[in-house]
Design a protein around this ligand. Structure first.
Ligand code: 5GP
Ligand code: ZN
Length: 113
């Protein structure tokens, strides 16, 4: 999608601190980190704006993203972390391209759930 920040990051039109990419997903550090470690993992395609768009035809990409999160956190020796995805502006979503925040650090002590 031409005016999507995350599509432009995937294409390289906007620079990012890339951690990993494969044919399905792209992982990069958040530009405004909310904890010691804060990166995002996104599908390379724009077909899912948020969790509301996940269905049986595309959920394999979401499963794959969670496999990648497990691998990357293992490689980084991170054993405590939180995975967050905001769905909708009321939940704080600002970029309408499905993304999973991975956060780790001392400020995750307070549990929302
Ligand atoms: P949301 O609020 O939609 O759940 O999360 C969007 C995230 O994208 C925010 O944490 C924000 O800091 C991050 N972000 C927005 N623009 C950019 C950018 O150009 N580069 C990077 N690396 N992160 C971005
Ligand atoms: Zn996009």
């Amino acid at each position: 999608m031409s005016d999507c920040i995350f599509c432009k990051i995937v294409s390289g039109d906007i620079p990012s601190k890339k951690i990993f990419e494969d044919e399905l997903c792209y992982a990069f550090y958040d530009i405004n980190p909310q904890s010691d470690v804060h990166f995002l993992v996104i599908p390379k395609t724009h077909d899912m704006q948020a969790v509301k768009d996940i269905n049986e035809a595309n959920s394999n990409v979401v499963a794959h993203i969670f496999e990648v999160i497990a691998e990357l956190t293992c490689e980084m020796n991170i054993d405590s972390y939180r995975v967050i995805t905001n769905c909708g502006e009321g939940a704080g979503q600002t970029v309408k391209h499905l993304h999973f925040h991975v956060l780790s650090g001392d400020n995750l002590n307070e549990n929302l759930v």
